[in-house]
Design a protein around this ligand. Sequence first.
Ligand SMILES: [Zn+2]
Ligand SMILES: [Zn+2]
Length: 784
Amino acid sequence: MRLKVGSRISVLVSESRNREALRIFVSGIVQGVGFRPHTYRLASRAGVAGYVRNLGGSGVEIHVEGDPKRVRLFLESLKANPPPGARIDEITVSEAEPQGFGEFSILPGEGSLRYNSIIPPDIGICRDCLAEVLGETRWSGYPFNSCVYCGPRYSMIIRVPYERENTSMRDFPLCEQCFAEYSDPQVERRFHAQGISCPACGPKVWLADVEGRVIREGPESITLASSLIDEGYIVAVKGVGGFHIACSATLDQPIARLREKKRRPTKPFAIMVLDARVLSELVEAPEWAVRLLEASSRPIMLLKVKSRARVSPLVAPSLRKLGILLPYTALHFLLLEKTNDKYAIMTSGNPHGEPMCIVNEEALERLGGIVDYFLLHNRRIVNRVDDSVLRITRGAPVMLRRGRGFAPMWVSLPFRAQRCVVAFGAMLQSAGAVAFEDKVVLTPFVGDVDEYNTFRDLEGSIRKLMETYSITPREAILASDLHPLYPSSRLADEWSRVYGSEHLRIQHHWAHVAAVMAEHGVLEDVIGVAIDGVGLGLDGRVWGGEVLTASLDRFVRVGHLKPQRMPSGDGAAHHPARMLVGILSDGLSREELIQVLKELRIVEKGFRGGLREVELLISLAEKGAPLTSSAGRVLDAVSAMLGLCFFRSYEGEPAIVLEEHSTPTNERIRVRIEGENPAILDTTDIVLQALEHLRAGTPRGEVAYMVQQAIGYGLGLIARRAAGGRKYIVISGGAAVNEYILEGVEEALDGSGLRLLTAREIPPNDGGIALGQAAIAAWRGMNL
Ligand SMILES: [Zn+2]
Ligand SMILES: [Zn+2]
């Protein structure tokens, strides 16, 4: 018997008459994080024989045999010490027949055997790899250095299991030196690391002009790109999950040019900063937030900008927060290190409303009109994945956009589904999901699916997950939004027709509430509060400020915001001042309303057609415009009333500006709640009181604060009264991240003993709605 490792294994062989064998399946994040080499080392240390291999579905199988005591020792150490970056969700152990293995080895992955686990998310570069790039090593200046603990994963995986030949690294055969390290168990960070490479064998970087002509190759191309950014040029940068567009964050001219070309007048741009020290010059970040930014997921975080920060006002016009992220590859680090500022704008490289580019030729074609240069490389991006975005609400992080570093990690349900589910999400900031067993896997954030290409991207991401987890549309329950005209609902329709599968249409705000229940593993009846933009209600109206009693079985609408008129229908969503007319027309006469708008100088600023438009809108409102109980629309109206925002150029803009311009005060707007089941919070009364305050000279910021607090407080009171014996109150929806609304809810619940559950790791906005849809459908599948 040929032995691979020394004395311990010979001990094992001599004891071989008394042999025990175990078959172990591990799920969680166990591929692409050095789990197999780690297992190898543990097995060598324990002195057991057998093998470890990756399975399809991203799980890992381990067979160990040997002296029973040593086998137990191995199992204990496996449970106790997963490698950094790994997450063990489940270990299933069963007794097996000893096979007479004389050594422990890492076997190639077995795609046809399945054990479901998580496709590894992309992991930001580790300290060791960065140190090698910055030091005198053979990776010096090499932009693609990675190891067993870091580097791209999901973005480059073609199929599971995670093996080099199943990723786009298969285009780069290992050189002799890399292969030697890959094969040597003593080289911890490179032994069996699937994504490693070096300047001799790995991907190449180059700088090109808009025609695609190569200007400079190798590390100098990065240096040149840095100086181009300093000089005010706009450079597209191919990254991990797609292209970024980079330019100076201190010069106005390139930013103004970028805004015009991207047709993005005000939506803030994210800034990538070299390190924590540079970061501290730009924004206020609590210690825990810095740690989060430095974590392997390297998300964007919205943080308060310092007053003396050297940043062009065009980066985030009219906002007091900046989206900040740290470099997550050596390429990004090298690029920033050589700029004068040590930071730069790094925004998604996509034309207006389209998905981010991932292919070089496609980028040259679609971004050629926006940027001046391209920093390209030849590693293929297989799966598009945008940067994740977090913000802080009530002192804790909340996910706003879930992409790189988090997707496609799963959420565990508190029950086991008997049927698979495919969930399609809603319309905006979309993500889909699949559910199987007790897991829900969300696709990365895709974008607004009203755009055709984005919609196709959603379908592609869903299919990828279905393929990975062997889910066929025929056997699955399809879950979509209740709104029949969302492209995502139509896709579910189409699949249901073609495959004959069951199709559930799930009310928007119920799904929002269910998403938070699923995130927290809550199955019992809860009170749900959905503080949202819009979603179709059961009565055919537009809902969005709802109090529900809910379980995964059913829900009842027990309260809501007063339905308000939307003169000009959906157009009111883009023109907040129109919504103001809608709400004020409920409480004021035509003459009073016009007087108020004149007094606040809103007639010219808020309405392109001036007074004539106002008169027309009032007539529309009087004739019975469509009604909405949306919280977002009330915030929009107040944002216009305070002169903060008259045109919405991106989702949620008026409400975001309103929140950022708020000044907390002890003064309160009184809330009026009418009726019971449903109880109705009078938002006209809230807006009229705000108007009185404004007329009495209360500062705008304080009025802004009071309105948001009052909406939260009112909804919280309704929830408290409807709670019955329930233990949890669940807050969800796009506006549930609002600091002051949530503060109002908390005030209303004070002393009630109700436990408040909010979304943290899954977005409370429509980006997380597929989780709720999946949970509801999976639960139904259980109970049929
Ligand atoms: Zn590394
Ligand atoms: Zn190499």
